[in-house]
Design a binder for this molecule. Structure first.
Ligand SMILES: *Cc1c(COP(=O)(O)O)cnc(C)c1O
Length: 369
């Protein structure tokens, strides 16, 4: 028997997550240079990181012979203060994707069930299948999560329910009362993960932190990230906010130095740069209005989004993605999400938005508006 036959059977049909393509690679392929490309494929913040974060990284660069603080003391204190939670409500991951993995390791074994929605974030099924557990996919309702149906889909074998709110890739957000009902009616032996990667873009989003801190919902964990509004995707910092008891279990799964020292320093600085966060939110709001009105004018169907990206109906997402790429615009085709007629476009800078808009009109053969 060869080594491939010895692989963990859970890996057999496991797809590899396909990230947005790096600028340099695309530039090489279309014979352009990275500066001329517009990357709107990975929901990154077009403003770039806070200068305070950049300076914090420069300040610690000469200390990189030291191991990082395994407990992320400074970041934990500063985030706990900002969120008004206790330090032991927090667990840090190498991106919030790593928190997903902690949760899976802590709870899942072969044969268990995990409930997700149709059009959910691609990592949930991947992590579930990696553990040999089964995915129960609940049909979406108007492209969003049907939370009452997800509650009903819970089986005796269900260990986790994943809900991204807002959801990626659809940008949909659940009604507050559905979220509250879901939390209230979750069986106590099932973990509810509410992934709030785009929380900070929300205008007056339901605040679930008091519920977490009340201690009455030990089976609820929120996930947030420094990859989106905080503009530090390259550093990989995410965190979970939950009951200290469950957080303690996740700490057993976590590698001691999963959060590197530069990332910790930058995340502290970014947390404290409220102006950068406000500016990023303003830019996103402005882009959202620009896309909304220009799509409406051109008669291009799209979903209303509560995040920093937008799902756009183009009939043939693969073709349009390829043609946009030839024009130097990188977006994300959605066939892997079961949405082959759509593309996902990150809201960019004003210049990037305009270039995307011109290109999409050209590709869809719309008269210039
Ligand atoms: C971008 C995103 C994340 C964040 O991933 P990181 O690992 O923190 O970069 C998590 N969940 C969803 C739904 C996302 O879209």
């Amino acid at each position: 028997m060869a080594l491939p036959d010895q692989l963990n059977p859970a890996l057999r049909d496991l797809p590899v997550y396909k990230p947005g393509r790096p600028l340099r690679e695309v530039a090489l392929e279309i014979g352009s240079s990275p500066e001329h490309l517009v990357k709107l494929a990975s929901n990154e913040n077009p403003l770039g990181p806070s200068m305070r974060a950049v300076m914090a990284m420069q300040n610690v660069a000469a200390e990189m012979h030291r191991y990082p603080d395994g407990n992320a003391f400074d970041l934990r204190q500063c985030l706990a203060k900002k969120l008004d939670v206790q330090p032991d409500n927090l667990v840090f991951g190498n991106g919030s994707n790593e928190i997903l993995e902690f949760v899976a390791h802590a709870l899942l074994k072969p044969g268990d069930d995990v409930v997700v929605s149709q059009y959910c974030f691609a990592m949930y099924p991947i992590i579930t299948k990696m553990m040999g557990a089964n995915v129960i996919e609940v049909p979406a309702k108007e492209y969003g999560h049907d939370l009452p149906a997800m509650l009903k889909a819970i089986t005796p074998e269900t260990r986790i329910v994943f809900v991204a709110n807002p959801n990626n890739p659809t940008g949909t957000i659940a009604q507050d009362r559905d979220i509250k009902q879901l939390i209230a009616e979750m069986p106590p032996d099932v973990l509810l993960v509410i992934d709030q990667a785009y929380f900070e873009y929300g205008e007056d989003t339901l605040d679930l932190l008091p519920l977490v801190c009340s201690g009455d919902h030990p089976n609820l964990i929120l996930m947030r990230t420094f990859s989106k509004i905080y503009a530090l995707a390259g550093l990989r910092v995410g965190y979970g906010i939950g009951h200290p008891e469950f957080i303690g279990a996740l700490e057993k799964v976590r590698q001691p130095f999963n959060l590197n020292a530069m990332a910790q320093a930058a995340a502290v600085a970014a947390t404290n740069d409220q102006l950068h966060i406000e500016t990023s939110r303003d830019q996103n709001r402005k882009s959202s209005i620009y896309f909304g009105t220009s799509f409406k004018r051109a008669g291009i169907r799209h979903l209303r989004s509560a995040a920093n990206f937008i799902l756009v109906y183009v009939e043939d997402g693969a073709r349009v993605t390829a043609e946009l790429m030839q024009l130097g615009i990188i977006v994300r085709a959605m066939d892997v999400y079961g949405l082959p007629e759509w593309i996902r476009v990150t809201l960019g800078s004003d210049m990037e938005n305009r270039r995307f808009h011109q290109a999409i009109l050209q590709v869809l053969d719309h008269p210039e508006d």
